[in-house]
Design a protein around this ligand. Structure first.
Ligand code: NAD
Length: 297
């Protein structure tokens, strides 16, 4: 199978590498030369443009920052150049409307399309253990599953087009709020003279256990793979978390759902972003809550 992979950043780089590792021919494209060079080292073939990458591919996978990038890449390069019968899968986290708009443009040109955002972070992207939440026509799901398999621990069909993105923004609203709750708990434990490592050991085996604590601990030390042990670099950027929390609030406002904790999380991440930390991993918000922004350098 030949796969075109567009968007080789923190997530896409590892995902494309796993496609190559599975023995697939991967035509890779990114605007960043550095990202392209890294993909080449991982066994992908760099393309000169997105149009060139998709032209011979059986499946196209995109992993781009946000809705406007996805709309543009599909309208200008993927849809005009993909070969007949190619399966198009967007794994970026974007708004439900953009996902549905791209799906209907793809359908109008005879392509099957799926929105398939992921959960799991950079470590899971590199390890091939992402969870995919898929919005697509039921008839296309088996093909989508086959394409995503080398990058996945789970591929779940959420429903029709847009349902994958709906699942993702709901999930990330939980993530944003739970990360802040975990950070507040560490800050309080510290003030109370409780060793953070002891608090981690206890809460990770108690009812406070959650992914933000045990897989992505914001306090450096207890979870080796967490960005907190690498100066909060290279994980899931504050600006990306803010984007997802905004998407959730916009969706809540449009649908009439109440999401007050999600609103608080959005406000805190907006403040952190405004203070100049948009490029740090989102777990760095611990230092804002501790009142120790100086530790972020
Ligand atoms: P990133 O900024 O590291 O990567 C995005 C890549 O897209 C960059 O390399 C950029 O050069 C490239 N790009 C932008 N416009 C392009 C274009 N027109 N053509 C080709 N390449 C283009 O972002 P990321 O952290 O990899 O996240 C990608 C998506 O995955 C986002 O939607 C994000 O919300 C989602 N996501 C990220 C994580 C995470 O932990 N980082 C987890 C789950 C989901």
């Amino acid at each position: 199978m030949q796969v075109a992979f567009i968007g080789l950043g923190n997530m896409g780089g590892g995902m494309a590498a796993n496609q190559a590792k599975a023995g697939r021919r991967v035509a890779a494209f990114d605007l960043s030369e550095a990202a392209l060079a890294k993909a080449a080292e991982a066994g992908c073939t760099p393309s000169a443009s997105a149009a060139e990458a998709v032209s011979g591919a059986d499946a196209v996978v995109t992993m781009l920052p946000a809705g406007p990038h996805v709309r543009q890449v599909y309208a200008e390069w993927v849809l005009p150049n993909a070969k007949d019968g190619a399966l198009l899968i967007d794994c970026s986290t974007i708004d439900v409307e953009s996902a549905r708009a791209v799906a209907s443009e793809a359908k109008a040109k005879g392509f099957a399309f799926a929105d398939a955002p992921v959960s799991g972070g950079v470590a899971a992207a590199a390890a091939g253990t992402l969870a995919f939440m898929v919005g697509c026509d039921e008839i296309d799901f088996a093909g989508v599953e086959e394409v995503l398999q080398p990058m996945a621990r789970a591929v779940i069909r959420a429903g029709d087009h847009g349902a994958g993105q709906a699942a993702k923004i709901c999930n990330n609203m939980v993530l944003g709020a739970s990360m802040i709750a975990v950070c507040e708990a560490f800050a309080l434990a510290e003030r109370l003279g409780l060793a953070p490592e002891r608090f981690f050991e206890i809460a990770s085996q108690s009812s406070g256990q959650c992914w933000s604590l045990t897989s992505y601990c914001p306090w450096p030390g207890p979870v080796e793979a967490a960005p907190s042990n690498r100066g909060y670099e290279g994980g899931f950027a504050v600006a990306m978390m803010l984007k997802d929390l905004k998407l959730a609030q916009e969706a809540a406002a449009r649908s009439g759902a109440a999401a007050p904790l999600g609103a608080q999380a959005e406000a805190l991440y907006a403040l952190f972003d405004k203070l100049g930390y948009g490029g740090k991993d989102f777990s760095a918000i611990l230092q804002l809550i501790r009142g120790k922004l100086g530790e972020l350098g």
